[in-house]
Structure formats: C-alpha cells, structure tokens
Design a protein around this ligand. Structure first.
Ligand SMILES: NCc1[nH]cc(CCC(=O)O)c1CC(=O)O
Length: 282
C-alpha cells in the first residue's frame, strides 16, 4: 500500500506528520480490506487506535542507523561542511553533536526516493535505519553502521508492529503467537518513555531498550535496560539517562515492568531539564 509518508514531499511538521506511514494501512484494516497490518514500530503513534490492537512484535532487526554515501565513508571521513540529508531532529542533533560543521538539510520520501536524491548529488550522505536497508535487501548499498553511542536509535526502530481489529478474536489469537515478548518489552519501555515526554514523532529523543541474561553467581534472570537521550536541535546539549529492572516475561505483569522503566527514565530526563529542549523542538 502507498501511504502519505511515501508520497508527501513537503517538509515535515508537527500535526500533519503523526501517523503518515500508518494511517492508510490502519484504514484498510477498519474497512475490512485486510485483517492484519504490518507497520514499522517507530512509525506507529504511541496513542493506540480505539478499534485496533497491536498484538505482536516479532524478533527485532538491527536497531542502528547507517551513514549512506556514494563511497561509504565513515562519519569522521566526511569532508568539512558536508551536506547531510535527514528530516529527523534526533539524527540531526546527534550528528551535529559530533560534527558541528556538517550542513544538515531536510529530506523526505521513502528510502528509494532518498537514495535517488543522494545519487543526484543533492546530498553528500544520508542517514537511514539499518533495518529498512536490510528489509529492502539492499545489501550492496555503500554504508557504515553508526555506533550506538554516537547515534542512539528512535524509539521502536528496527521492530515491527502487527495490528489487527480489536474485535477480531481469531486474528488476535493467531497473530499473538508470533509475538516475541523480549522485543515487545524493549519497545514498550521506549514508547512509554516517548509518550511520557510528550515528544511526538519529531522531537530529538532517542531511546534503546535491551534485554540481557544474567546467570553468573546468582539465580538466572533477565534484565531490561533502557538508555535514552534528549538533545537540543544543534546537538550542543545532550541529556542522557539509563536504568534497568528485572524482567520475567513468564510473569503476568512484565508489561507494567517495562512501562515503569520507561516512566522512570523519562522522569530522570525531565529532572535534568528535558522539557524545555522538547518544547524548543516543536
Ligand atoms: N522514517 C521512515 C521509516 N520508518 C521505518 C523505517 C525503517 C526502519 C525501521 O523499520 O525501524 C524508516 C526509514 C528510516 O528511518 O531510515
């Protein structure tokens, strides 16, 4: 299906940008044109649709972002004042934090459109999610993966969100079976953080949840870790917080554990002064 995010080339702005990649597909579900919708988690607004239910998120793809350029240069090898295409304030701010000389310019459209603009010489490099490149099977694309410590991903990046109609009991039962609770726990924490910060999809907010297994010297258990950043648009201010919690996906309340972690890290960022940075990005 073609969404408005694929065809709308106007610069992104607050209200119009909510759900541009997902609305058309949700409408198809509501109109019974299909029974199962597959979205990129990061495109799905944090506020759930009243008649739809996100029932599964399968194993997550690579979460990192990539720097894509005709010669596949590393970030520090780009020439001075290189022109970088990205409409994402999160990506722009994190790039400028490391390379204040860069000339970051807006870019719109789907992955193919963006690549064409780069090949046409409009940009020296663009930033794309590794997951999108992998899903489109563009294995030969010249690119380098940006390390997570220099480019923390968007909440939900690399994950899929599978939605069905809430009253479609068969679809709920069948599709729930492909859910991977560990993936869901991570993205739940990230998305709760995002909604707590009232960041919307445009704010310079990055977050990454990860699950790891602990066994050394203690009862084996899993830990959910969440790290998040809020930046000024020019990258000169970068707040960062992290926390972790025990996670037991066999328990009844693992979802509230993930939500609580998201709220906790959001509160820590607010205490550091995140609100004015987020307001400035509106
Ligand atoms: N902004 C559009 C978008 N939505 C999801 C992806 C692919 C990555 C993913 O599924 O998380 C992309 C392209 C990109 O960010 O490079």
């Amino acid at each position: 299906m073609v969404s408005s995010g694929d065809v709308d080339m106007r610069p992104i702005d607050g209200k119009r940008s909510v759900g541009v990649f997902t609305k058309r597909i949700q409408q198809a579900l509501l109109d019974d044109e299909g029974d199962v919708a597959v979205h990129s988690m990061k495109d799905l607004p944090t506020e759930a649709h009243p008649r739809l239910r996100m029932v599964a998120s399968p194993a997550r793809e690579t979460v990192a972002d990539c720097l894509v350029s005709p010669r596949g240069l590393e970030l520090d090898a780009l020439p001075n004042a290189a022109r970088i295409g990205t409409g994402s304030r999160r990506r722009a701010a994190q790039l400028l934090k490391l390379r204040p000389d860069l000339d970051v310019q807006p870019i719109r459209g789907n992955v193919q459109t963006r690549l064409q603009k780069m090949r046409d010489g409009e940009y020296d490099a663009i930033v794309l999610a590794a997951a999108g490149i992998e899903r489109l099977e563009m294995h030969d694309l010249p690119r380098v993966e940006l390390p997570l410590e220099c480019m923390l991903p968007a909440p939900g990046q690399g994950a899929l969100a599978i939605e069905v109609r809430g009253d479609d009991a068969d679809a709920v039962a069948v599709v729930s079976q492909i859910n991977v609770p560990r993936s869901t726990a991570c993205t739940l924490a990230e998305r709760t953080l995002l909604s707590q910060l009232h960041g919307g999809c445009l704010a310079p907010i990055a977050a990454l949840g990860t699950v790891s297994d602990v066994s050394a010297g203690e009862e084996p258990h899993s830990v959910l870790h969440l790290v998040a950043r809020v930046l000024s648009l020019d990258g000169k201010v970068c707040l960062e917080s992290e926390a972790d919690t025990m996670l037991d996906v066999a328990s009844d309340d693992w979802q509230s554990t993930a939500n609580a972690l998201g709220r906790q890290v959001a509160e820590m960022l607010i205490d550091q002064g995140a609100k004015p940075l987020i307001e400035a990005g509106r």
